[in-house]
Ligand binder design. Structure first.
Ligand code: G6Q
Length: 545
């Protein structure tokens, strides 16, 4: 196999570096924490607890240059059709552009339309919040029910939860995504139709889950308030005006977005209407502005001072050279508990690919790692055992605000102490000698010490990034999300894949459409033996012959 010069350099670096530990690097270099640290606005990114030294880092930057990363970043911002398999520009960054610059797609400046939709969102969200736009019977709309799935769901769901402290006190927000009737039933049980605004959010307006849930909710509303009420209780967010009209929502009540906005990158568009409704348009705009600040940083900072680039390259180092294909994100903030699920889609749907941009199958390297996570400290009591003592290292991103929205007693200090302790423990570890000394001091006999010392020791040398923000504000949240979006793109560039398509979700959808009538009417077509038997058995359990 022939490899490029940057790859050859990285292979050599990997061999040289494999016996060096992070503890040694810190012991040798008192300046390491200062050197491998970027402060950007209200964000501190400390990447010093990672397994690299200056030579490794330089080799990673050489790899980025070999892939023309700077040009590829610019390609995205100027609207080149970098989503090649769908022949689309990728311009979620335009949605948060507040400069006067024009951005062109197919020779048309897209900014005027973007500004128009933003203004419409501002007007509508203010009217609902102020009780100017009311329900059919004149009641204030205080329940916002989002009907959506995947990219149209996870972003607004995560952001509205993260910004709960900013919600209008009289409003509540619900999300119905799963086709499982339970999702619908549980929400409809809780709300009063007269006070409810349904938002049907679907880029394509063809998604079976969203349309089925929307139909059920529409029938429920019509049954309670009559057909005339629909215009006052349903709005649509979509790129597909025709399908919206066919569904029975007046296109006057539709907020538009465009093909250059990918589903999982769409919370900045009309898809963010629920965010604007819950936290107010000004706060929604702050979210966009935080993302815009990160965009500017990503676009202009040199590679070695560029937060998303460094995050991405360190991830490449673990994935491609250390052969670690797992990755955890742990926010130490209850409001961010859904952030890992959101990132799971962003990262895994974007970079879980095995065909290159040059249309060749990838056979000799791995692309996106499996991402998981949860909120600290909760997860310390569940999967952290594996992070500390499992047979493979899992690189971790820790995220923590220095100040809490809910400073109660010592809670936040304890939270802060825990996140720092976990990162330190993962890196530092604990030797068998240290364990033995501790046990001896506690009066244990030598046999017990011998039996316990390996089990109670920690290998250490496990890497992590630490992100500290001053507080979880809309602006800082926008920065954090954009930072991960760009990290994902950089990795896609290095792996030479299209990070913006998602063909992998299609096959299951097609097959479900085939199986649906078989479950209903029992005419089971050709499947593998297991699937056929399961359809038969499930029909029996449902009392069908
Ligand atoms: C995201 C994907 C996917 C999509 C959903 C919902 O990038 O494209 O998760 O968002 O399938 O699609 P609609 O918004 O078209 O209903």
């Amino acid at each position: 196999m022939t490899v490029s010069s940057a790859v050859a350099r990285l292979i050599a670096e990997y061999q040289r570096f494999s016996s060096i530990t992070m503890n040694e690097l810190f012991a040798k270099d008192s300046n390491r924490a200062e050197q491998y640290n970027i402060e950007f606005e209200n964000l501190i990114y400390d990447y010093s607890k990672n397994k690299f030294d200056e030579d490794v880092l330089r080799a990673l930057f050489a790899l980025a240059e070999e892939h023309h990363l700077k040009e590829r970043i610019e390609d995205m911002f100027i609207g080149k059709k970098i989503n090649v398999t769908e022949n689309r520009a990728v311009l979620h960054t335009a949605l948060r552009n507040f400069s006067n610059d024009s951005i062109y797609v197919d020779n048309k400046d897209i900014m005027p339309e973007i500004r128009k939709v933003r203004a419409k969102m501002k007007e509508f969200s203010s009217a609902v919040r102020n009780g100017i736009f009311r329900g059919y019977t004149g009641k204030k709309l205080v329940n916002i029910v989002n009907i959506c799935i995947g990219g149209s769901d996870l972003g607004p769901y995560m952001v509205t939860s993260a910004l709960k402290k900013y919600w209008a006190p009289d409003m509540k927000c619900y999300f119905i995504s799963n086709i499982d009737g339970t999702a619908c039933a549980e929400v409809l049980n809780e709300i009063n139709p007269e006070e409810t605004l349904f938002i049907v959010a679907s880029k394509t307006f063809t998604t079976i889950e969203t349309l089925t849930n929307a139909r059920t909710c529409r029938e429920w509303l019509v049954k309670a308030l009559g057909e005339q009420a629909v215009a006052k209780h349903f709005v649509a967010l979509s790129t597909n005006a025709k399908a919206v009209a066919e569904f029975g929502i007046d296109t006057k009540n539709m907020f538009e977005f465009w093909d250059f906005v990918g589903g999982r990158y769409s919370l900045w568009s009309a898809i963010g209407l629920s965010i604007a409704l819950m936290v107010g348009y000004e706060n929604f705009e702050d979210l966009l502005k935080g993302a815009a600040a990160m965009d500017q940083h990503f676009r202009t900072a040199p590679l070695d001072k560029n937060i998303p680039v460094i995050m991405a390259l360190i991830g490449i180092w673990y994935n491609d050279y250390e052969n670690i294909h797992r990755y955890a994100v742990i926010p130490y903030d209850q409001y961010l508990k859904f952030f890992p699920s959101y990132l799971q889609q962003l990262d895994m749907e974007s970079n879980g690919k095995s065909v290159r941009l040059d249309n060749k199958k990838i056979t000799d390297y791995a692309t996106g790692p499996a991402l998981f996570g949860g909120a600290g400290t909760d997860v310390q009591h569940s999967f952290f055992q594996l992070l500390h003592q499992g047979t493979e290292a899992v690189p971790v991103d820790f995220i923590i605000p220095a100040n809490s929205h809910n400073e109660i007693g010592q809670h936040h200090q304890i939270l802060l102490a825990n996140v720092l302790a976990q990162a330190e423990a993962l890196m530092r570890g604990k030797t068998t000698d240290e364990v033995a000394a501790e046990l001896r001091a506690a009066g244990k006999d030598e046999l017990t010490i011998e039996q316990l010392k390996l089990n109670k020791s920690f290998a250490g040398n496990r890497p992590s990034n630490m992100f500290v923000i001053d507080k979880l504000t809309p602006y800082n949240l926008g920065m954090l999300i954009a930072m991960y979006e760009h990290k994902v793109y950089v990795q896609g560039v290095i792996w030479e894949i299209d990070s913006f398509d998602q063909w992998g979700v299609e096959l299951g959808k097609q097959m479900a459409l085939k199986i649906l009538p078989e479950i209903t009417d029992g005419n089971i077509a050709q499947h593998d033996g297991s699937t056929t038997r399961l359809i038969r058995k499930i029909r029996e359990m449902r009392g069908l012959k």
